[in-house]
Write a protein that binds this ligand. Structure first.
Ligand SMILES: Cc1cc2nc3c(=O)[nH]c(=O)nc-3n(C[C@H](O)[C@H](O)[C@H](O)COP(=O)(O)O)c2cc1C
Length: 299
């Protein structure tokens, strides 16, 4: 039985995608990466970033709140030092962390001709400090502008990763689709505050962070169902998947691929377990991933 998913000209051996920021740049656990459908790098910004002060992670069994702050090697070191030795059989998507349109222009122009780069994931959730901290992805107009710009510079697949914080993700998803995105990725982490009660101050070094993990799955499922019914391009789920059943739920709700994020922090081999669980389900049901997409019945 084929686990393959095809999105336009892009083929994925199965619907599992390792999510940005939870699996590094692709230098380690390559045996895991090479069994997945796709791999998304940690966010790459134009300049190297050193990230936020500690503590950066707060977690329970169901939740992770992180304030890593997009620490990364920056574009120059990424292209000159990190990418050259990487050799994967799985498509590598580079997550681009820009705060202005110009950042995205520089990032796409610099990476587009690199044969190791299968496609791009535009992270439109970074706060733009120049414009009062709002993320580009909170404005349909900005989503449209940045997506159209990236589209004009690259024929490679472009995934637009959106936030649902303080905005209508139906409108921003539609804007991405209309501007030429190949897929939208829903969603990036939710704004979150953890309090050090005794200290009467925020726990995380940055003051606040982003919520992910199993706790957000029902919320993200709802969004996937709403948006996949509204737009004509594929929707990729990102939020709380930790088992084969979670992956099936996301496919049924309308996702074409499912990203695995926080679960990798607990166990870097989790993708292999989830793949086996997915295969078992498909065998029992005599189904393929492709035939499950959007097949959620009405109540
Ligand atoms: C520690 C950590 C770092 C992350 N870094 C990035 C990043 O660099 N770029 C990005 O677009 N998303 C980043 N994310 C968000 C994840 O890719 C994913 O969208 C989110 O965690 C929701 O999925 P999950 O519940 O499966 O973790 C990060 C998440 C975590 C937990």
């Amino acid at each position: 039985m084929s686990l393959e998913i095809t999105l336009g000209n892009a083929r994925f051996r199965n619907p599992l995608v390792l999510a940005s920021g939870t699996f590094g740049y692709g230098q380690s656990y390559t045996d895991v990466i090479d069994r997945m459908g796709a791999f998304v790098t940690k966010g790459i910004s134009v300049q190297e970033r050193f990230g936020n002060p500690p503590p950066r992670i707060w977690d329970t069994a169901e939740t992770v709140v992180n304030s890593v702050g997009l620490e990364n090697v920056g574009l120059k070191r990424f292209t000159e030092e990190v990418l050259p030795p990487i050799s994967l059989s799985t498509p590598l998507y580079v997550n681009l962390a820009g705060v202005t349109s110009d950042d995205f222009r520089i990032l796409v122009e610099s990476l587009n001709d690199n044969e190791k780069v299968a496609g791009f994931e535009l992270n439109l959730s970074c706060p733009n400090v120049k414009e009062g901290g709002a993320a580009l992805g909170q404005s349909a107009r900005m989503v449209s502008e940045v997506t159209a710009l990236a589209r004009s510079l690259s024929a490679k697949p472009i995934w637009v990763k959106l936030t649902s914080n303080f905005c209508d993700v139906r409108e921003t998803s539609k804007a991405a689709a209309d501007a030429g995105a190949d897929a939208v990725v829903l969603i990036n982490t939710l704004n979150a505050l953890v309090i050090d009660t005794r200290g009467r101050r925020p726990f995380l070094g940055a003051g606040s962070g982003g919520l992910s993990g199993p706790a957000i799955k029902p919320y993200v499922l709802y969004i996937i169902r709403e948006v996949s019914r509204l737009i004509d391009i594929p929707v990729i789920a990102s939020g709380g998947a930790v088992s084969g059943t979670d992956v099936v739920d996301y496919l049924l709700a309308g996702a074409s691929l499912v990203q695995l994020g926080s679960v990798n922090l607990v166990d870097p081999q989790a993708g292999l377990r989830i793949l086996e669980e997915l295969k078992n389900y498909l065998k029992q049901e005599g189904a393929s991933p492709a035939c499950l997409i959007g097949k959620l019945e009405d109540k």
